[in-house]
Write a protein that binds this ligand. Structure first.
Ligand code: SF4
Length: 449
């Protein structure tokens, strides 16, 4: 019998990458076989991103080209663009199935493989994924966002927040650890607001006598529960929102890092927190609907640094939001200099269809946005180098992620720093490395036996 070949193209964030792993798992369960070559596939799924115009354009050109090369190919479009009317008009005749990711379990019906439409109550996150990596996995704990930041398409594209059963998450992590996975990243648009009720919690955890109580599990509880799973692995989580980063969560992180006196070395949570600030100016933050102030953010960083020694903080920043004046931008510069981030993902603002800020005047010129971006990159490079120099001659644990073009092994520290290794290593293994060189966005070191 001829194999039904599928191919998946993923554009965008880690949530999209994780969704594509579930799509792959689902398709293989329904008899499809992966084709590395998209032109040989009979079915191509495009997981799209709408955060930037460039990502949107990439999806258009890919889809036009696929259909032109092979008019018989079936194209499924999911991700951020799947529910946008203007996109549906533009790709009319090119896309065969429009699939919001939450409807993944009815794809077989839409493909004509099943007679009855499946709408599982537990949601698409319960579908078994086919992980891309053999040692590092994203484990989604929820989907969607309730925050409606003025510039962001996510709440419109993915819908409101829904969270996954805690026991189902723990099961997925346990299975991964058993298979030898070394890095688990708990992901959601806003991990901090994770909450799930577990009925008969005691019963389900311990198999003891029945009781009707339920327990409300919040993110700090979930983090502690994942940390309690026996095994040799690291835990990361992303993305956090500054308004929801509670004292309780900071306490949980401090308890679950290896240096915690409470755990005496059994902590698995990494000393890295990604906390998007977006702007250093209070008026811009208000316009962005971020619901925190510059002062709140600075205070939060102080609390995290006090509670978690050696923590590395990274962030996201948007330059050129509508109405951002020179002085408001300077507030972001001052914030960067004060906090000294190790890494900042800086983007130039671009209006996205359907968002609140798309109706505002996009009045900062392209040239000015570029200048502001470059100014921030310069500062972050300097603060990152200062921070990296602190690692010189220290011995750190590194998880080996692969080889670069020159054939050198590289990996990451618990604090999310890239390390180039001199010597032979093994993919997906932890090794001890002595740091010999510090650069702005990376370290170099030698293996210690
Ligand atoms: S918190 Fe804001 S930026 Fe993040 S996904 Fe939600 S709306 Fe978008």
């Amino acid at each position: 019998m001829k194999k039904k070949l599928y191919h998946i193209i993923t554009i965008g964030c880690q949530m999209n990458k994780s969704d594509s792993e579930r799509i792959a798992g689902y398709l293989e369960k329904h008899g499809y076989v992966l084709s590395e070559n998209k032109d040989k596939a009979v079915l191509v799924v495009v997981t799209t991103c709408g955060v930037k115009q460039s990502a949107e354009n990439r999806a258009y050109s890919l889809i036009y080209r696929l259909k032109k090369n092979n008019p018989k190919i079936k194209i499924v479009l999911t991700g951020c663009l799947s529910q946008r009317k203007d996109v549906q008009r533009r790709l009319n005749g090119y896309v065969d199935i429009w699939m919001p990711i939450t409807e993944l379990d009815s794809l077989a019906y839409k493909l004509g493989l099943e007679k009855i439409e499946n709408n599982s109550l537990s949601g698409y996150l319960a579908i078994n994924p086919k992980y891309n990596s053999k040692f590092s996995a994203f484990v989604p704990i929820g989907n969607g966002c309730d925050n409606f930041c003025a510039y962001c398409v996510v709440p419109h594209a993915r819908g409101r927040e829904t969270y996954r059963d805690a026991l189902e998450i723990l099961e997925e992590v346990k299975k991964l650890v058993k298979k030898g996975y070394k890095e688990i990243t708990l992901i959601a648009q806003n991990v901090n607001s994770y909450r799930a009720k577990i009925t008969n919690y005691e019963l389900r955890i311990t198999n003891k006598k029945e009781n009707e109580d339920f327990k409300l599990i919040k993110f700090p509880d979930l983090l502690r529960m994942v940390n309690d799973i026996p095994g040799d692995f690291w835990i990361r989580f992303s993305t956090s929102h500054p308004k929801d980063m509670s004292d309780e969560l900071i306490k949980a992180v401090a308890e679950c890092v290896p240096a915690s006196p409470k755990l005496r070395g059994a902590g698995k949570v990494c000393e890295h927190i990604h906390l998007p600030v977006q702007s250093g100016d209070n008026e811009i933050l208000r316009e962005m609907n971020r619901k925190y102030t510059r002062e709140h953010y600075i205070n939060l960083i102080k609390k995290i640094r006090k509670a978690v020694s050696n923590v590395c903080i990274t962030t996201d920043i948007i330059v050129g939001f509508p109405g951002e004046t020179e002085e408001q931008f300077n507030q972001t510069i001052r914030l960067l200099k004060e906090i000294k981030f190790y890494l900042a993902y800086i983007s130039q603002y671009s209006p996205r269809a359907g968002t609140i800020s798309a109706k505002m005047d996009n009045d900062v010129t392209q040239k000015e946005k570029k200048r502001r971006e470059e100014a921030l990159v310069k500062i972050v490079k300097k603060t990152a180098l200062e921070e990296n120099k602190k690692y010189l001659n220290k011995i750190v644990d590194v998880l080996i992620e692969g080889k670069n073009k020159k054939g050198d092994w590289f990996g990451k520290t618990r604090t999310y720093k890239n390390v180039r290794i001199n010597g032979e290593a093994l993919l997906g293994e932890f090794i001890k490395v002595k740091i010999k060189k510090a650069k702005d966005f990376g370290l170099e070191g030698e293996i210690i036996n």
